[in-house]
Design a protein around this ligand. Sequence first.
Ligand SMILES: Cc1ncc(COP(=O)(O)O)c(C=O)c1O
Length: 394
Amino acid sequence: MADDPSDWEMATRLIRGGLARSAHGETAEALFLTQSFVYPTAEAADARFAGDDPGYIYSRYGNPTVKMFEDRLALVEGAQACRATASGMAAVQLALTGLICAGDHVISGKAVFGSCRWILNTWAPRFGVETTAVDGPDLAAWRAAVRPNTRLFFLESPANPLLEMCDIAAIVAIAREIGAKVVVDNVFATPIFQSPLKLGADIVVYSATKHIDGGGRVMGGAVLGDAPLLDEAYRDLIRHTGPSLSPFNAWVLLKGLETLDLRVRRASQTAATLADLLADHAKVRDCRYPGRSDHPQAAVAARQMTGGGSLVAFDLGSREAAFRFINAMTLIDISNNLGDAKSMVTHPSTTTHRAMTEEQRLEIGLTEGWVRLSVGLEAPADLARDLERGLAAA
Ligand SMILES: Cc1ncc(COP(=O)(O)O)c(C=O)c1O
C-alpha cells in the first residue's frame, strides 16, 4: 500500500505533495492555463454549480494547477488546508478581513511589513476596525492591549526588517484566554524553519514571491490553517473578491517548492557565516541574526526556529554610511526583494518601510543606518568579499 503523504519527510512533501497527474501521465505538474471549464450538458453545469459535482467552475474559484500548489504547501506546512493568492499582500489582506468585522479590535506587533501596517492603521479604521500596535517581544504589552472587543492578533516573526522575534506560543496563549484568533506572517522563517500552526496559531500567511519562488519570477501568496476555518472565513470572500493566484504563477511556485528545503538551508548557512563577519566588523554597530546568541530574543529563536534564516540586519550608524556601503558593492544587488537565489541589499527606511511615519520607524528601532541583507545562493567567499568592499567604503 502507498504511504500516506503526511508520513513523508519534508523533502518528499516538497516534491511529491499535491501532485495530481492528468490522463497524459506528464512528468512535470500540468499547467492548466484556463479561465473557465466546460460541461458536457446543462445538467452537469447545474450539478457543478449546486455543489453536487466537485469539479472546477472558474479559475477565480479554483484551478487544478493552483490546487496542486495549495495541496503541496498545505502538506509542507502541516496544515489541513491552503488557499493561494495573487501576492503576499493579497494573502495578508484576505487573512485579516476574513476574520474581522466593524467594531472589532486587533492587536498587532509594531514591527510588521510596511504594507501590513498600512492595512491595519490606514485602511481598516475606514471600516470601523481599530488596531493597537505593541512591542512584539513584550508579552505584557500584548496582554495590556486586550479590550473586550479584541478578535485578532497579528504578528510577523522574525519581523521585517530588524528580525525581532515574537514568542508565538506565549502570544497564542494570551489570545486563547479571550477567544481571539492569531495570524502569523511566516515569510522570513519559511516553512522549513518555523511552524506557527504547531505553536497554536490559527492562520499562517506567506508571500510566495519570496523564498517559495526563490528565482525572482512571479508574485504569489498563501493562507493556511484548519479546513473549517478557511472555508468559513475565506471561501466566499475569495470567490466574490478575486484575490486568486494565476495558474501560471502557481506552476512556477510548484517548481519553486521542489527545491525550497535545499535553497533555504544553504542560504541560511551562508547567512550565519556572513552575520559573524558583519558582527565582528568595527564599522557595524549592531548586527541581528536569529541564529546568533547575541540576538535580543535568542532564546525564543532557539525554541521556535530550527534555523536562522537567510536574512541579516545590521546598523552602520547613518544613512550616509549605509548608502556608501550599498553603492560600493558590485555583486550583491540593490533591491527591496528577499528570498531570492541572488543576494540583495535593502535600505529599509527609504524603501520597504517608507510608508511608516518616522515616529513609527523609531518605535521599532529602525534608524537610517540599518541595512537588510537577503542572502542568496552565491559562493559564500564571493559574498564575503563584496561585503568587505562595501564595509571599506561605509
Ligand atoms: C514579511 C512580508 N510579508 C508580506 C509581504 C508582501 O508580499 P508580496 O510582495 O508578495 O505582496 C512581504 C513583502 O516584502 C514581506 O516581506
